[in-house]
Structures are given as structure tokens and as C-alpha cells.
Design a protein around this ligand. Structure first.
Ligand code: FAD
Length: 469
């Protein structure tokens, strides 16, 4: 089979060279390492179809990969080396952009920031962004149902995917690209593929919703005393500005300090340290009143009432980008800080303030010496709740040992509040055991039944998302 694949894909699309393969065999954090029989990089959908058909015939596993920025090692093959690593990187064409449909048709390998640029070129934008936008690709973003910093207003990837083209595990091609806003022909295969983590087929292209470009934006950095005040502020701003508030990101003092410590060129926007920092972005379409004035007035009023302690509004685009950088490099700063027990959890938004206070206190008292860094998308109820090991231990060993007990403790704490152990990163390999422990029989039954119906041979990304029976 490998010889047939090599003939079909040619030297650009097929390699077994260990040096070429090495960068793609470990996850972004360097925590999980795998092996593969070959790295395949098809140039088009026909080649993907040929690969999947051959793999099905030979019962060989396929691991689809986009930018390999998964936080849960979803795109890392298992160490046995039997699987084919299928990279969509070469399929990076934007096939069309339509102002009339407000839709872009992008291949799976298009990098998110390239789609942003292309949409801007026709006066539109693709309203989903995240720290990994320079490496994450459309197929990966769809397969993880990525979230990011504009979910508050535009929802996750699920609400932005209008159509999908995919190769199913049987080798059949699903042509679902047409940009229908309404289509009620029963089960929605498009939505099944969103968030499937490569377990139900290979996404080769997608039709994606565009929205009008931003006319102007206001980016503010706010310091305040506690997360209850933050939620009150969010709801107040929303009520006063309609749909203008796109992002509302919360960072405790220790997250900001970590960024300032590890990321060169960063500086705190406010003079004094505050227990909580909020990054707010408000936008307006072109021709509408500038949001800066409105946001400035609302924040001044909040300061007068004592709801917030201090605020700075970015004076220009460079400053706005500098504020955003502080938020977007937290993951990088954490990586530099060293290993931690990571959690990407969600709870109902109303529960977030109490959760941030109570969960931190509970974890730090139950696991002596640990420090919690909990930050994230407050308005979406999604917190990246990371627990740093005690300073005097080997961090890596701690994550593998006591870190597991921390995971269970946090996930149970979240579960008791009606939350989820994966808000936006997916399950992949790293959350599989905890997902199996907490999922409940009905959820697991449906998951396995769908998998069995679409991929009875179990060739699509085995060992990810679906807990073994
Ligand atoms: C610095 C940083 C910040 C991040 N911030 C966020 C954030 O704010 N919000 C968020 O949601 N995520 C975030 N992530 C996680 C990550 O960027 C997302 O999960 C992203 O969607 C992954 O895209 P990718 O192309 O790198 O996919 P990969 O990592 O390559 O793959 C992810 C999963 O999708 C599958 N897959 C990939 N391509 C295909 C395809 N074409 N067909 C079928 N299956 C496929 C893989 O098998 C794997 O299971 C962040 C990551 C980093 C490193």
C-alpha cells in the first residue's frame, strides 16, 4: 500500500524521511510523541479520496492533521507507528469569496490568518480568532469546533460553517459545500463533522460565513477587584451597546504577571496591579459612531460607581494590538513557566464568578503548594483553569502523578456545577480517560453508535475522542 501511495502522491505528497516527519509527530506542547508509517500531504480532494480508499481497503489508520496546534494531542499519532499521518497543509487554496452570499469557500489547509486577510480584501471578515491563528488551519478549526475570542457575539466554529466537503471513512465523497442557509434534509452531516476531531472523516474544504468588516473598534484594559464586578460590567456594557461587545476576556493578576515575566516586550497597561484584568473589544460597522467614545463614557461611569478600579482605552491600533498580545500569549507564557495540570472547562456564565473564587480556593487548599492560574472567555463561561505544581517538585512527574488527582478534582467540581470538562479544545488523547470517567452512559452510547455507523472499520483517528467500550 505504501508503494501505491508513493506513486499516487509523488515526492511532494509522500515521505517516510524521519527528519521531514519529526516536527509533526509530537503535539504542540511537546508532551505526546508518536510515530507514523508515512507522512502524506495530498494536493487536492481526489488525492485525499485515494488515500482514504486505500487505507480502508488495507484497514490502516489515518490521523488527519492541520496546523498541529491541538491542545489535547488530537493530531498526534500513536507510538506504534502503524498509522498514516495525513497533513492537509498543501490544500491551502481559498476557492472563492462571495460578497453576495457572504461566504468564503476555503480548503482544509488554509491558515486562519490567511482567511482573515482574504476576507478583508473584499470588505468582509471571518469572525473567529485565536492565539494560534498563524498556524491553526480550517480543517482543524472545524474538527475541534474551535472557539476563541469572538464567541460572545458570533458563536463557535459550528455557527460559522455553512457547508462542508469531506471524504468519509468508506472513501465516499460528501459534497456539501453549497452555501444553503436553509437545508432540512434530515440529519446534518455537516454538523456531525464539526467537532468530530477527525474520527468521522477528513474535511477537505468548507463554506464559511463572513460578516461585514469592522469600521472601527475600541479596545480597553480594565482593572477590577473581583469577577462578580466583571460579570456585572459585561451585562451592563451589552445592555448599553447592543451587539457591539465582541470580546470580554478575564485575566487574574498572576496570569498577567506570568506574561510580563516570560514574553519579551510586554508591559502592563495600567499603573497599578489589580486582582483581575479584563480585555474588552467593542466594534462598530463603517459609518456608525466610533465605539471609543461610547466605551470611554461607560467605563468612566463604572469607575465613578466603584464597579471598576481603573481602565485604559487603546489610543491607536498599535496599542490595541499590544493589549491583545497580553491575552494571546498566555498559553506561550505558561509553556515557558513549565508543566501544569491544564483544564479547559465551561460552566454557566452566571456561575463563573463564584467558580473562579471557590475552585481556586478549593484546589489550593486540597493540593498544598499548588497555584491556580484561571483565565479566559468570561462571557462564554469558558475558563482555562490551570494548576501549577508546588515550586519544589519535578513538574513533569507531578503532572503525571498528583496532576491526575487534580484533574479529577477540578472536573468533579465543574460537573457538580453543570459544566463541561472540554469547552473548546476537544477531547483528543489527553482528556480521554477523564471523559470516559465522567461522560455518562447515554452520551457514550450515542457517540459510539455514530462512530460505528460511519467508521465501522475504526480507521479514522483511532484512540481519540471515543472512549473504548
Ligand atoms: C497558542 C494557542 C492558542 C489557542 N487558543 C485557542 C482558543 O482560543 N480557542 C480554541 O478553540 N482553541 C485554541 N487553541 C487550540 C487549537 O488552536 C485549536 O484546537 C485549533 O482548532 C486546531 O487547529 P489545527 O489546524 O492546528 O488542528 P490540529 O491540531 O492539526 O488538529 C486538531 C484536531 O482536528 C483533526 N483534524 C485536523 N484537520 C482535519 C481535517 N482536515 N479533517 C478532519 N480532521 C482534522 C485532528 O485529527 C485533530 O483531532 C489554541 C492553541 C494554541 C497553540
Amino acid at each position: 500500500m505504501l508503494a501505491a501511495l508513493e506513486r499516487r502522491l509523488g515526492p511532494k505528497g509522500f515521505t517516510r524521511d524521519p527528519a521531514d516527519m519529526a516536527p509533526w509527530l509530537s503535539d504542540w506542547r511537546g508532551r505526546v510523541h508518536g510515530q507514523a508509517a508515512a507522512l502524506l500531504s495530498p494536493a487536492n480532494t481526489d488525492e485525499v479520496q485515494a488515500i482514504v480508499s486505500l487505507a480502508a481497503e488495507n484497514r490502516v489508520a489515518i490521523v488527519p492533521q492541520g496546523g498541529n496546534s491541538s491542545m489535547v494531542a488530537g493530531a498526534t499519532p500513536s507510538p506504534d507507528g502503524h498509522a498514516l499521518l495525513l497533513s492537509l497543509r498543501r490544500m491551502n487554496a481559498i476557492r472563492s469569496l462571495s460578497v453576495e452570499d457572504n461566504v468564503a469557500v476555503a480548503e482544509a489547509g488554509v491558515i486562519l490568518s490567511d482567511l482573515h486577510d482574504a476576507a478583508a480584501g473584499i470588505g468582509r471578515r471571518f469572525p473567529l480568532s485565536l492565539g494560534a491563528r498563524g498556524s491553526a488551519r480550517i480543517g482543524g478549526l472545524i474538527s475541534t469546533n474551535a472557539g476563541g475570542t469572538q464567541v460572545l457575539r458570533f458563536g463557535t466554529m459550528r455557527s460559522l460553517v455553512v457547508g462542508i466537503e469531506a471524504i468519509l471513512p468508506s472513501g465516499e465523497r460528501f459534497d456539501g459545500l453549497s452555501a444553503l442557509r436553509k437545508d432540512n434534509r434530515g440529519y446534518d452531516l455537516r454538523q456531525l463533522l464539526v467537532g468530530a476531531e477527525g474520527t468521522l472523516g477528513v474535511v477537505t474544504a468548507a463554506s464559511l460565513r463572513l460578516v461585514p468588516a469592522i469600521g472601527a473598534r475600541a479596545v480597553a484594559w480594565v482593572g477590577l477587584a473581583d469577577p462578580h464586578a466583571a460579570l456585572t460590567l459585561l451585562r451592563r456594557l451589552e445592555a448599553a451597546t447592543g451587539e457591539a461587545i465582541e470580546s470580554f476576556e478575564a485575566m487574574p493578576a498572576n496570569a498577567l504577571a506570568m506574561v510580563l515575566r516570560h514574553i519579551p516586550g510586554t508591559r502592563a497597561p495600567l499603573e497599578c496591579a489589580h486582582a483581575w484584568n479584563i480585555l474588552i473589544e467593542a466594534t462598530a460597522p463603517s459609518g456608525a459612531p466610533d465605539p471609543v467614545e461610547r466605551l470611554t463614557g461607560l467605563l468612566a461611569q463604572a469607575a465613578e460607581e466603584g464597579l471598576i478600579e481603573d481602565a485604559a482605552i487603546a489610543a491607536n491600533e498599535a496599542q490595541a494590538e499590544a493589549f491583545w498580545k497580553l491575552r494571546e500569549v498566555i498559553a506561550e507564557a505558561e509553556r515557558a513557566e513549565g508543566p501544569a495540570a491544564k483544564h479547559d472547562i465551561s460552566v454557566p456564565v452566571s456561575v463563573v464568578p463564584d467558580f473562579l473564587i471557590d475552585a481556586r480556593a478549593a484546589v489550593e487548599s486540597r493540593f498544598a503548594g499548588t497555584r491556580v492560574v484561571g483565565f479566559g472567555h468570561l462571557g462564554d463561561g469558558n475558563i482555562h483553569f490551570n494548576v501549577l505544581p508546588p515550586p519544589d517538585v519535578d513538574g513533569k512527574a507531578w503532572v503525571e502523578g498528583e496532576g491526575k488527582a487534580v484533574n479529577a478534582f477540578v472536573h468533579d467540581f465543574v460537573g457538580a456545577r453543570g459544566g463541561s470538562l472540554s469547552a473548546e479544545h476537544g477531547i483528543g488523547q489527553l482528556k480521554l480517560a477523564e471523559f470516559a470517567r465522567t461522560a455518562g452512559p447515554a452520551r457514550l452510547h450515542v457517540l459510539r453508535a455514530i462512530k460505528q455507523a460511519l467508521d465501522p472499520l475504526g480507521i479514522m483517528n483511532p484512540g481519540k475522542l471515543i472512549p473504548p467500550a
